[in-house]
Design a binder for this molecule. Sequence first.
Ligand SMILES: Cc1ncc(C[n+]2csc(CCOP(=O)(O)OP(=O)(O)O)c2C)c(N)n1
Ligand SMILES: [Mg+2]
Length: 568
Amino acid sequence: MPRTDNPATDFSIDLLTALVRLGVRHLVVAPGSRSQALALVAAELERIGAVELHVRIDERVAGFLAVGLALESGAPAVVVTTSGTAVANLHPAVMEAREARVPLIVVTSDRPAELRGIRSNQTTTQPGVFGAATEFSRDVDARDGADAAALALALWRSAAHGPAHLNLALSDPLSAAVPDLSALELRSSESPAAEGRDGDIVTTEVLGAGPRTVVIAGDKAGARAEALARAGGWPLIAEVSSGARFGPNLVVAYRLLLADPEFGGAVERAIVLGHPTLSREVPALLMRPEVDVIVVDDTGTADFYDPGRDARRVAGVELSESLDPNAPEARSWAGRWVFASRRLVEAAARAEAGADQTPPDLDGATSDDPAARAAFARDELAAVREPVTRRMLADALWRFTWPHDRLVLGASRLIRELDGSVPGKKITVHANRGLGGIDGTVATGIGVALAATGGETPAKGVTRVLLGDLTLLHDTGALLRAPGERMPPLQVVVGNDRGGTIFAGLEVAASAAPAAFERVQLTPRDVDLEALAQAYGWQYRRAATRGELDQALSAVIAEPTLIEVPLA
Ligand SMILES: Cc1ncc(C[n+]2csc(CCOP(=O)(O)OP(=O)(O)O)c2C)c(N)n1
Ligand SMILES: [Mg+2]
């Protein structure tokens, strides 16, 4: 290993090269003095092609960018900051990573022990600063000869299911010139497995036929939830970011059906995968004492999804030989859910289109009668000029997303609109559902897009972020671009309904004084989004009608684009 005799630089080389050997491919760095050795080694690792480096000024943006990189790549992303408030700006992303179990390694820079506790400049209590959000948190002095490779492995292991924190004490001189690292062999053949943590749960439950069962796939449940529902012949309740929203057993209108005594009321067993967050009906079902709740969660984390506090947590489930998904009772149970859901979705679509509207007469398009052709053309034009509704926006994003694309959904109303209406489709959907924050959504989306399009085998396709107006305004700093920072094909689509209209659907909207409600809950803001896009070097499009929306979403994306969709 090349040496400089500068402890800060030597330790940074040892730590970051060890992380690269373990499989880290993305480093996110925010500038600072105390962190200079780490940052300069990161730059050298990028120069020799060992990693991709992303530099962001705002540490909150850097943190969420790392979350997006990790969400899409599945491997821990590393984020490096200097000391002081820089560290605290990572806290939202660390909390989200904790609750959503996203692999994240944060390395914060600090002063050594002799400069702590005496009110030195830019010095605060950093060890353990993320509290319960990090299971693994170490305070290490770069001068102390700690085994950087062992530390990297511990960080990597802990980060398998959440954030891990290294607070690194660095002393003057804060760096030396970084040697050429190109001779190092940094690619390991295989990353170590994430398993092997203490407290891992090894129970596998064998499920037999009998109880009327539903499979519930929350955020990040994965395709295995769909496979389980199909193999068992059970209705599949799959949230839009579950990774399991497809297949013959999918029940789109699950919220209505769970509330119905003949459907939800008849459930005897629920198998939960992932983290359900988008409805009140799912936790209500799981809280019913007569429903047997099995939670499949092999992450070994202390807590698991258990609203009724009586679920059985297992690492996996198997189906018993006796279970036949094609048995008549099984077929009729799943079939009733799927059929009823289809009818409800169709009825909702008809209501959305307007009760008096008849479907377009397709014969008119090819009719010999000029009047019939003209009538058809008028209908078509009227449809193209229709103002965009929330439902139309949700449908359009879903329709334009293909298996090689990615969709990133912000919190609030639009994700629920998709969840309640879009049909099964095997596409990649990400959302920060750990804490459902409206922060960091643009940064997360850019991180997802970067991970999808970087590396040795870049994916094709585009990433689209769909979010509300306040969610965009919360994270405008993430729009900041810089020469040398790669920006992949990306559309950020903003449903602009002037404020947090989700609150208008809550009980508070009826009980609060209207002016106060608008002032402190709805919080409408008038920002010229075109000027905002221009200031940050983004393309801008406004899509107020169905036709404009289709055009905007199908445009070739050479530059990152902000698409504003005014919602009635
Ligand atoms: C960081 C954070 N702060 C506050 C909230 C509470 N919150 C939930 S939704 C919302 C409003 C979102 O408004 P917008 O993005 O316009 O979406 P809309 O409700 O209009 O669909 C707020 C403030 C939150 N989820 N996260
Ligand atoms: Mg809004």
